[in-house]
Unconditional design. Structure first.
Length: 443
């Protein structure tokens, strides 16, 4: 089920509005109820005092006789029951001519149950006369409720309008996001021009900046892939063309020796093509944007020995003295195959650029939790202006006759980036050659 941030925000705002209005209505209701209750109590007190002040002497000694006590019936919202009782508990006056006998000991305002009803009663005693003003509590509550509801009704009626205003505000607020969404939908796959940040809201600007950075990375990756494809096509075209011409020449020749010579050249071209294809596949495999490969704990010295044993035929053919100068034991975390490919390419690069009867020293130096692998050769070194470019794909050193595809150090760079490893090239100062230093984190 798709979630809408706008709908979710509107729902939250609506619930918040309802809760706030409900709380305000409740507070208003209680406030009105308290105010009216105090007002009614004050009226009862005022009536009792008025009766006391206006009591005339002609009522003294006269009692209200009644043959039958009836229930008090009060009609109207503001009707009060008034009673005057003398010291002998005779009713001198009763507004409703009914038996109404509250507890006379509770002077002042009180709530009493008389004649099966709840009453709000104010009792005032002056000299020998008791003045009573009472009001039906149920009637009072009904009146208070009606007044309070009439008071809070406007607050409740405004809720739909507040929700509608919130809806408009949310829609207006999300308009920049909808504009970006529409812009993205209308773009073609190759249109990666960054969005304009001028006149952009501060809240939306981080999203647009992130989109611009992402599109810049995608554009760079696409350009890199295009460059890689073009370079790979160019590199593959040369040996394939050579093989094609050699096969044509062999087909047109009747000389066995010439055919053997052509076959030797063809074999060399085929091996070069095979090496290039393998390196291209390796490069595609180790690129950081590929699927994550689980890492393992591995012994760095053992990995280097595996590579040295694998390359024995190559450095032995050139009579190169290759071996460890220092071999500290170190365990690292990484992808075993990729670490060996990194070491193999560096040692292979050193073998290719070291002359016959040359020297290659390998050392692993561990200091605390850092281990450094140094591969030092006795070749010609690298010109300072080419130190960074040698890691570019298909780049070959100037004034070098070594045959290669220019992908070895590019693969090293990709593996190093993937494993957060530092690779540093430095020409030897006291003697000829180059030293490659690989810094890894030891466990």
């Amino acid at each position: 089920m798709k979630k809408s941030l706008r709908v979710e925000l509107i729902c939250y705002l609506s619930v918040a509005i309802l809760l706030i209005i409900s709380l305000m209505s409740y507070i208003s209701y209680q406030s009105v109820a308290d105010e009216l209750g105090e007002l009614y109590d004050a009226n009862l007190e005022k009536m009792a005092n008025s009766m006391a002040d206006q009591h005339r002497a002609e009522y003294v000694g006269k009692s209200v006789t009644q043959t039958k006590a009836t229930k008090v019936k009060v009609y109207g919202e503001e009707d009060y029951l008034l009673t005057i009782i003398n010291q002998q508990h005779e009713r001198l006056y009763s507004s409703h001519q009914a038996a109404f006998n509250p507890d006379l000991t509770q002077l002042g305002i009180s709530t009493q149950r008389v004649n099966d009803k709840q009453w709000r009663v104010f009792i005032l005693k002056k000299a020998s006369t008791t003045f009573i003003a009472a009001q039906d509590l149920k009637l009072r509550s009904k009146t208070v409720k009606e007044v309070a509801i009439n008071q809070i009704m406007p607050q409740l009626l405004i809720v739909p309008f507040l929700i509608m205003i919130s809806l408009l505000i949310v829609r207006k607020t999300f308009k920049p996001m909808m504009t970006i969404s529409e812009n993205l939908q209308n773009r073609t796959s190759d249109y990666l021009k960054p969005f304009d940040l001028n006149n952009t809201h501060d809240e939306v600007k981080p999203i647009i900046e992130a989109l611009n950075q992402w599109m810049a990375k995608v554009a760079a990756l696409i350009n890199q892939q295009k460059r890689f494809t073009a370079d790979a096509a160019h590199e593959l075209r040369t040996p394939i063309t050579a093989i094609k011409l050699q096969l044509e020449a062999m087909n047109n020749s009747n000389d066995i020796n010439e055919i053997k010579e052509i076959l030797t050249l063809s074999d060399s071209s085929i091996k070069r093509t095979e090496r290039l294809v393998n390196q291209l596949l390796t490069l595609a495999k180790v690129e950081p944007n590929n699927l994550f490969t689980p890492t393992e704990k591995l012994n760095l010295k053992d990995s280097i020995l595996n590579v040295i044993n694998e390359l024995t035929s190559l450095y032995s053919a050139k009579n190169i003295d290759l071996g460890f100068e220092q071999a500290d034991e170190a365990t690292i975390q990484g992808v075993p195959d990729e670490i060996e490919i990194l070491i193999k390419n560096l040692i292979l690069n050193a073998i290719q650029h070291t002359p016959n009867n040359g020297l290659i020293n390998i050392s692993t130096i561990k200091v605390n939790d850092v281990v450094t692998v140094n591969i030092e050769d006795s070749g010609a070194g690298i010109a300072p202006n080419e130190m960074e470019r040698v890691f570019d794909r298909f780049y070959r050193l100037e004034n070098h006759t070594v045959i290669g595809s220019g992908l070895g150090l590019a693969i090293v760079k990709e593996i190093a980036n993937k494993h957060h490893v530092k690779v540093l090239l430095k020409n030897n100062t006291a003697k000829t050659g180059l030293t490659v230093s690989v810094t890894l984190k030891a466990l």
